[in-house]
Design a protein. Structure first.
Length: 164
């Protein structure tokens, strides 16, 4: 079906004007924005081939402004997974910064690598970037990127009260 046909079906089911944009996103298959008096919707091109039950579930998702898609939509997207292009892996150029205010990660890493891994771990270590402080429900203490072989430690751990 065409974008216009899809837009008309959704608008008729929702009962409000709908502006549909077709995308080839690799992460968000459905994006809905309220736009007086209707909706602006971005849909992955897989929905151009959707059947009536999926379109009904899609219109219900758009009209309810729910954050959770129905099982019908989830199953449809899963079944159409081969149509989602694989986003190229991003390679970040990481500036290695081991010296912190309280701790030197190079020194700590060398000791841990020597004592526990017989010096076999071959990777870089750096403090992560400082971000704006905002309310959080959890904190990630560090990450490891196998692609760049880099350990990134949360800079909030570079404080005098944190044990070495």
């Amino acid at each position: 079906m065409s974008r216009e046909e899809l837009q008309e079906i959704i608008a008729r089911t929702v009962g409000k004007p709908v502006e549909v944009t077709i995308t080839d996103n690799s992460h968000a298959m459905i994006t809905v924005r309220w736009s007086n008096p209707g909706y602006r919707v971005r849909l992955h091109h897989m929905f151009l081939e959707a059947g009536a039950p999926v379109l009904k579930a899609l219109a219900g998702f758009i009209g309810k402004r729910s954050r959770r898609p129905s099982p019908i939509l989830r199953e449809f997207v899963t079944a159409q997974a081969e149509k989602i292009r694989k986003a190229p892996a991003k390679t970040r150029r990481t500036a290695v910064r081991t010296a912190g205010r309280c701790f030197d990660l190079r020194e700590i890493f060398a000791g841990v690598n020597r004592e526990y891994f017989n010096g076999q771990v071959d990777c870089r270590i750096t403090w992560g970037t400082r971000t704006r402080v905002r309310p959080r429900h959890s904190i990630r203490l560090g990450t490891y990127s196998e692609q760049t072989k880099t350990i990134r430690v949360n800079p909030r751990l570079d404080r005098s009260f944190v044990p070495r």
